[in-house]
Design a protein around this ligand. Sequence first.
Ligand code: X8Z
Ligand code: ZN
Length: 642
Amino acid sequence: MIPFTSKVSGRVLFSILSVTLIAAFVLPDVAPGQEKAPQPEKAPTAATKQPGKPAAAPAAVKAAATPTVAEARAFVEKVEKRLMELSIKYGQADWVSQNFITEDTEALSADANKELIAATTEFATQATRFDGLKLPVDVARKLKLLKLSLTLPAPKNDAERSEIANLVASMQSDYGRGKWCPEGNKEKCLDLGALSRILAESRDAKQLLDAWRGWHAIAPPMRQRYARFVALANKGARELGFADSGAMWRAKYDMTPAEFAKEVDRLWGQVKPLYDALHAHVRAKLREKYGADVAPENGPIPAHLLGNMWAQQWGNIYPLVAPPEREKTFDLTEILKARKMDEKEMVRTGERFFTSLGFAPLPKTFWERSLFTKPRDRDVVCHASAWSIDFKEDLRLKMCIEVTEEDFNTIHHELGHNFYQRAYNRQPLLFQDSANDGFHEAVGDAVALSITPEYLKQIGLIEKVPGVEGDLGYLMKIALDKVAFLPFGLLVDQWRWKVFSGEVKPGDYNKAWWELRKKYQGVAPPVTRSEADFDPGAKYHVAANVPYTRYFLAHILQFQMFRAMCREAGFTGPLHRCTIYNNKAAGAKLNKMLEMGLSRPWPEALEALTGEKQLDATAMLDYFAPLKKWLDEQNKGRKTGW
Ligand code: X8Z
Ligand code: ZN
């Protein structure tokens, strides 16, 4: 959902961050299609025309009386009421369809989504009536957000709007149902969970390759639908005044689309040396493990060797690349299993972290309505997501949890979404979202950075805190997830932005994908690929139309938030040793930012927590500084880059 459903990640709307949605209501300060500098928000005044802007309204509108501030306010109230109703309906339909994938639930969800998109588009068009009117800051912001809110813009004609809603619903369902049946044996099909386990655990290059290929075979049937979806989404974006759907996504950051693209490049420049150092070390270790036939000395790394289906997080190959001090750290997966901690208790443990910061416990309905484990008897969308169905207290998690460290972290990530959703639930609907989408993705991760040995000892999961000798191993483990992720977080939308703008045509979808994977990640396909493949579609967020730059931003932002919370907690040691567990001052500061929702431009929200108004990767660089030093020593005499 999402157009106003609040799913994050999963979807729902409005908030959601999630996903699919459709209309995400977020908003920048820029008029659709314009690349000019953001205008400061105007102070409340009487309705007047903007100086220097002759009225350019069509005759029919001109004939109407000049709109007033009171009318604008009444309009916004009406819009929020209606969109709330439609978002809740969509949220309910989508929840059912993702938890019970069938042709019927898919149709019901697509239909509810269509209604929400239709209403949002209609309201966004009507809102142009107030263009040029001096409005109170909150009303002006809401109108701007309304115009930017759709993640899935759709053409105004009903047939095409139905078509695009159906396309996205069907790609998401196909992804959720995706399986690989070795040798065509329908008795032995493997789903994404099973294939991911092979990628994570197997050290047999042939087996890794089979699993990688098997999963990527789910996507070619989506290729044509994807191309059609792109054409329709662009038509919808253009009807709303944007250059294309990608430009509409980039307009949501309180700056122009062009400025945002530049900002992303600036941040990547800050962290690239750290990534390059990690890449060079990992490549050398993989060569030691698999030999020169499989792992190259200098070129890009084959994508099936990095422990993850998309080579986006590499924590699963930690034992292959760890510093010699690795035995001085601990293996959380082993500990969770040894303690026989079950899925629900993992979520309870995550919840207790948030309550230790001063947040109220999750409502009883969260425990009754969430999905924690993969059902045996039906297809569900297993990709983790956090939902707020009613924009108040009906919070839910949907996740096929496995007892692993990776999923323990993802639980904190998702709970970050849920606690954010509840913190802003007193805001009016159009402000019920994170400051920008990167904020929603960063909060739970910022909290999870506090899962330090010190914390694990406090909650009784380990007996003894390892000494500083364990630090390099600890940092390496985290870098394999967080640093390795950065270029992947960037390139998914670099690809989509080019696809939406028409720079990359359907006939080059796969080629362009692998060019970007090489350019940013230094990763190569493990076997020859062609345009008969559609490898981007084997990633959830492409199939389900969830923007992805949010995760790149979040991976930088979470360290910035973490540093600020540690400062608030009075912590003065090395950043990676800080935990804010039980610290009410840090929690209060975090809550200050969360409860603002989307009511103010994101730099103000960032300032509320950190005192800083700019995104800044120095917190991440400081955090990993000891590891970077070690990596640079290891890499002496090795080639860096590809
Ligand atoms: O999709 C997610 C979350 C839900 S918002 C599980 N993540 C990205 C991914 O899995 O690709 C978290 C990290 C990146
Ligand atoms: Zn998320």
